[in-house]
Design a protein around this ligand. Structure first.
Ligand code: C5P
Length: 298
């Protein structure tokens, strides 16, 4: 017997970042949008806990207990006094260290899969609690759709989305470490007062209306200067997307994946081809949003 869960990637259409808190995390006003790029996590009973991974980025995925999928299984098992002897297999399509919550997706997926396999029937609230222990973006990977994330990103308020958004994602040659990007944010803002971040009403309105042009005018990412400072070549990728007709281009989360918003599917395909030909990225994916959160598929 095994259980497979499919989990979406995310892009932040607003990433408002405040000053570092005493615990080292930054207060956020974070508008998450789940996009139709997926990892699948399959859990099967085994002699001991182990993790395997397949996909183009598999070589960069840790297979030890630092993997969020393993940590999720261990967290649920510890709460319920269950032996966490399972094989977790990750079919990975979300870029690794890419700013699209790929690791978080695997944590949320493994948690839901183990809950189904073990029959633990944890409540939504308990699952979200465990997700928040695992990482700031993990609760959103569970719920999907669109949500405002406050606190360090883990306190979620679901948001309405009134239409489909077409995105092109340009995957970079190498990853960026999220803590390193936040450290660079601290360095770039040192000596300045960083205002308390607040949700952007124009972003929320554009999502609610399903209006891509309005969303393009409203998207912001306070981590973008830090990501570009650590990875200046991303400026060329953003410029290539703009030149090809993207309504907006931005760094996804802490990067280095760049997100290019298109008015429709045909333009998204055109932008994807132009980015592929531009030589400014490793590979390209087209995806729509919003996407459902973690879902048991078999
Ligand atoms: O929560 P998560 O483990 O994904 O965070 C990874 C790192 O990103 C943290 O250790 C911290 O350096 C940084 N971070 C932050 N503020 C947040 C979320 C993450 O500084 N709100």
């Amino acid at each position: 017997m095994s259980v497979t869960v499919r989990v979406p990637a995310k892009v932040n259409v607003q990433l408002g970042v405040g000053a570092a808190r005493p615990d080292g995390f930054h207060g956020l006003a974070n508008v998450f949008l789940a996009v139709g790029l997926y990892d699948e996590v399959t859990v099967t009973p085994a002699d001991e806990l182990r993790v395997t991974c397949a996909g183009p980025d598999a070589a960069h995925v840790p297979l030890d207990r630092s993997n969020l999928a393993a940590r999720a299984a261990l967290a649920l098992a510890a709460r319920r006094g269950i032996d966490p002897a399972v094989h977790l297999h990750i079919d990975k399509d979300i870029p690794v260290a890419g700013g699209m919550a790929g690791g978080s997706a695997d944590g949320a997926g493994a948690l839901l899969a183990c809950d189904a396999l073990w029959g633990t029937r944890a409540s939504r609230a308990e699952l979200l609690d465990i997700c928040a222990e695992l990482g700031s973006d993990v609760p959103f990977s569970l719920v999907g759709g669109a949500a405002l994330g406050t606190g360090r990103g883990e306190v979620l308020t679901p948001l309405e989305v009134g239409g489909t958004f077409h995105w092109v994602f340009a995957l970079a040659e190498r990853g960026l470490s999220t803590p390193a990007v936040f450290r660079e944010f601290d360095r770039l803002t040192a000596g300045r007062t960083v205002p308390e971040p607040a949700a952007s009403q124009p972003v929320l309105d554009a999502l609610a209306k399903g209006d891509a042009e309005a969303l393009a005018a409203a998207v912001t990412n306070d981590l973008q200067p830090a990501a570009l400072s650590l990875f200046p070549a991303l400026c060329d990728t953003l410029a290539a997307g703009r030149a090809a007709g993207a309504l907006a281009t931005l760094v996804s989360g802490s990067g280095p994946t760049t997100a290019h918003l298109a008015p429709d599917r045909a333009t998204a395909d055109h932008i994807a081809a132009a980015l592929r030909d531009s030589g400014t990225c490793r590979t390209v994916r087209v995806a729509t949003a919003p996407a459902a959160g973690a879902t048991v598929v078999s």
